[in-house]
Design a protein around this ligand. Structure first.
Ligand code: ADP
Length: 367
């Protein structure tokens, strides 16, 4: 900004110098070299037009006025008495200076405004394009998660049915054994293992396809506090401090508190896993986008590599040796089911995951 003002001053000074130089030419040229004087008086148009193009109507008119004031004394002193007709002609030229200065300035102002409008439109278009791209990414993500949910449901269904048959078959075999037969113990083991598998598969389905949120008015600060309490001990063993920065007076949100707690737990555990050498996790709540609410989990674990940033919300994407790669994709889905969003950005020392809710939940998230 200061640079711009500085260069405008330089340009204005340059214009003034040219006008003064043309006037000086008039003054040092003998009056009998009339052709030269005619050429000089037209030279004034160059700084006038330049000022109009650079500074608009005010610049054009200002330069024309300045040229007039510089030129008039020369006419009245040297020409008015010597050649009256010629001096009239020069006064007419002065009027023309001002007309040209004003007209060129008005046109230049107009084109400047048109350019500004075009630039604004281009900026708006770019913003709209970026939003469209983001929506597209979210749609793609939602699509991938839906496929995952359907696939899991199909697999779970296929596994559960044979499990039921195995359990039934074991019970029949067990019934055939006398009560004191030691083999009954094996039947018991088989039944217990089948039940364990059945539970596991059920949990996986629940995990991959979270049920519709059971929404009720909830205090997000309360949820964040309980996540901090739940993770404090583990954090302490890792030399990690869990700090809170909670905005007061946030509105109650229509959300499924248990699901949101699960999401925040996942994010906090990921943050802990990213900081084996200790550090700080900041859990933050604040108002966002007007009357919406945002929750951030910020860590100091070095952040998410830009090469994988687009994939971390994909199901089964993991960079951890024992990772499953479902945590973030499920969190993303839960956020979307609440009409909200989950995004990541890198801060100076680590990653910041931002969970955002609109203040008015969408119809589907209401009971
Ligand atoms: P998992 O934890 O089983 O790997 P997630 O879906 O929770 O599955 O995470 C996917 C990947 O995202 C992780 O393997 C890791 O590469 C990256 N990630 C998640 N949270 C963080 C974080 N706080 N800092 C850096 N990378 C992270």
């Amino acid at each position: 900004m200061r640079n711009k003002r500085h260069s405008a001053k330089l340009q204005a000074a340059g214009i003034a110098i040219v006008i003064l130089s043309v006037t000086a030419l008039h003054l040092i040229t003998p009056l009998d070299r009339i052709t030269l004087h005619e050429i000089y008086q037209r030279l004034y148009y160059i700084p006038i037009i330049a000022a109009a193009v650079l500074f608009g109507m005010r610049g054009g008119f200002g330069a024309a006025l300045f040229a007039s004031l510089a030129y008039i004394p020369h006419i009245s002193l040297h020409w008015q008495h010597r050649n009256f007709d010629y001096s009239l002609n020069q006064y007419a030229e002065i009027i023309l200076f001002n007309v040209i200065g004003i007209v060129t300035g008005v046109l230049s102002d107009r084109s400047r405004r048109a350019r500004a409008r075009t630039e604004r439109t281009a900026e708006e278009l770019q913003k709209a394009y970026a939003e469209l791209r983001q929506t597209f990414e979210q749609l793609l993500q939602a699509e991938r998660l839906t496929s995952l949910g359907e696939l899991s449901a199909a697999v779970v269904h296929e596994v559960r049915n044979p499990l039921g048959s195995i359990k039934g078959a074991v019970e029949i075999l067990e019934d055939a054994l006398p009560p004191d037969n030691p083999r009954r113990e094996f039947a018991d083991i088989a039944k217990r293992e089948v039940e364990r598998l059945d539970r596991l598969v059920g949990e996986f389905l629940h995990f991959a396809r979270p049920p519709k949120p059971a929404v009720a008015p909830a205090d997000v600060n309360e949820i964040v506090r309980s996540v901090a309490t739940l993770t404090e001990q583990r954090a302490a063993t890792q030399n990690v401090r869990v700090e809170l920065s909670l905005a007061p007076d946030l509105p109650l949100l229509m959300i499924d508190a248990e699901q949101i707690k699960q999401v925040l737990l996942n994010l906090t555990i990921n943050a802990l896993q990213a900081m084996p050498g200790g550090g700080r996790i900041m859990l933050r709540t604040f108002s966002a986008n007007g009357d919406g609410v945002a929750i951030e989990v910020e860590d100091e674990g070095g952040g998410v590599d830009t090469a994988i940033a687009l994939r971390i919300f994909d199901p089964f994407f993991t960079t951890k040796e024992k990772g499953v790669g479902l945590g973030l994709s499920i969190a993303y889905k839960i956020a979307a089911q609440h009409g909200g969003s989950l995004s990541v950005s890198n801060s100076e020392r680590g990653a910041t995951f931002k969970l955002q809710f609109p203040s008015t939940p969408p119809q589907s998230a209401r009971h």
